[in-house]
Structure formats: structure tokens, C-alpha cells
Design a binder for this molecule. Structure first.
Ligand code: DGI
Ligand code: FE
Ligand code: FE
Length: 193
């Protein structure tokens, strides 16, 4: 699918503000894909569709999680997490995107996953650092993203975990597993050097 068609589909699902965020994620994903040698076209499409399900009613997302046998533990955590796995499902069903690498990057864009691919990391980070994002610490993650993708993802996760702790929110297991898995890898590298 070409960019114009994808943007046209996604625009109907989003508010103007969320559409602008999507454009930012798309541009940032393309830049990171070029820099780190990922498939630029896949990064572009995954970014365009990453928040496809953001405005679906909670009841609809809940039904999809149950009927499509998405991880049922999602229902025990904040509904903010649901649009990522539900989005991966709907993008395939409604927009006909069937590339599993693209769907996976959409599925894990909010929490990450312990076995993240290069594409998953790019979309996860682009979502965090796109030019419209203003939260504390984002500039540091922007700088890290130009040095090491793993270090940048770790820092983004740290910020998110701290933010959730301060708000007395639950931390989804995938978020912690992603952090642990990347930290282990980073520590092994440092031991070796
Ligand atoms: O959809 P976006 O706003 O562009 O960004 P996103 O998909 O990364 O969603 C961000 C929200 O998800 C933010 O409010 C924090 C929340 N979040 C991320 N990881 C976790 C989490 N919420 C909980 N409860 N647990 C998590 O592990
Ligand atoms: Fe999102
Ligand atoms: Fe997003």
C-alpha cells in the first residue's frame, strides 16, 4: 500500500491532533529506519497505522480481546494499553495489511516485547520521540536514539516506568520484560568490553 492511501485510511480513524502525531511518528520512523538499516517502507506503514485503534470504544476493544484470543491479562491492566494489540488485529481486518512484521510493530508499540525486532524498536521509539512530544526527558531519548537504539528504548522505558510508579499505576509485564531483556543485553556488552 502506498503512503497516500494509508494516510487516507488512517485519517478517518483519528482526531486532527492524533493525525499530526502520526505524521511525526512516520517521519521519525523513516529517519531511524534509514539510519539503522531497517525496511523503510515497512517502518513507514507500521508508523502510519500504529494508533489506528486509539479511538475505538473500550467495549469494542474488550470484545475483540476476548473473541480474537488476544492476551486476556490485558483486561486486568489499563485500557490505554489495548489499542496496540487491538490495532494490529483491526489493521489486518479492515485495512488489509497482512505483513506480520508490520502488524507486530503495531502490536508492541506501547509496551515493547522481550524479543523486539529492529522494526519494533524503531516504531516504539518514534512514537516516544516524534517532534510533537513534549514530556520530561524526551530530548535525552532523542539524543540517545542517534547513538544506540537499544539505549534509547531502555531510557524511554525507564521514563515510562517511573511515570507509572508516580501515578500509582500498574506496570504491564511486557513493559518490565522489555526493560529487563534490553538491560541484560546491554550489561553483557559492557562486561565484554
Ligand atoms: O498512543 P500514544 O499516546 O501515542 O502512546 P502509547 O501507545 O505509547 O501509549 C502511551 C500510554 O500508555 C501512556 O499513557 C502510558 C501507557 N503505558 C505504557 N506502558 C504502560 C502503560 N500503562 C500501564 N498501565 N502499564 C504499562 O506498562
Ligand atoms: Fe499508541
Ligand atoms: Fe502513538
Amino acid at each position: 500500500m502506498d503512503r497516500q492511501k494509508a494516510l487516507q485510511i488512517v485519517k478517518k480513524q483519528l482526531t486532527d491532533k492524533r493525525y499530526e502525531h502520526t505524521i511525526g511518528v512516520m517521519e521519525t520512523s523513516i529517519q531511524l529506519a534509514k539510519k539503522y538499516g531497517a525496511d523503510v517502507k515497512k517502518a513507514e506503514l507500521a508508523a502510519i497505522f500504529h494508533d489506528y485503534a486509539k479511538f475505538r470504544p473500550k467495549e469494542e476493544m474488550e470484545k475483540i480481546i476476548i473473541s480474537q484470543k488476544l492476551p486476556s491479562q490485558l483486561l486486568d491492566y489499563h485500557s490505554e494499553l489495548w489499542h496496540a494489540p487491538v490495532g494490529a488485529y483491526l489493521v489486518k481486518e479492515e485495512a488489509g495489511i497482512d505483513d506480520e512484521e508490520i502488524l507486530q510493530a503495531i502490536r508492541y508499540h506501547t509496551t515493547g516485547n522481550k524479543d523486539m525486532t529492529l522494526l519494533d524498536k524503531i516504531v516504539f521509539l518514534a512514537d516516544y520521540i516524534e517532534p510533537g512530544r513534549k514530556f520530561p526527558g524526551v530530548d535525552h531519548v532523542r539524543e540517545l536514539s542517534q547513538q544506540s537504539l537499544d539505549k534509547a528504548v531502555i531510557q524511554a522505558l525507564k521514563n515510562t516506568i517511573k511515570f507509572l510508579l508516580d501515578k500509582n499505576q500498574l506496570i504491564y509485564p511486557d513493559t518490565l520484560e522489555t526493560y529487563n531483556s534490553l538491560m541484560k543485553k546491554q550489561q553483557m556488552k559492557e562486561d565484554f568490553n
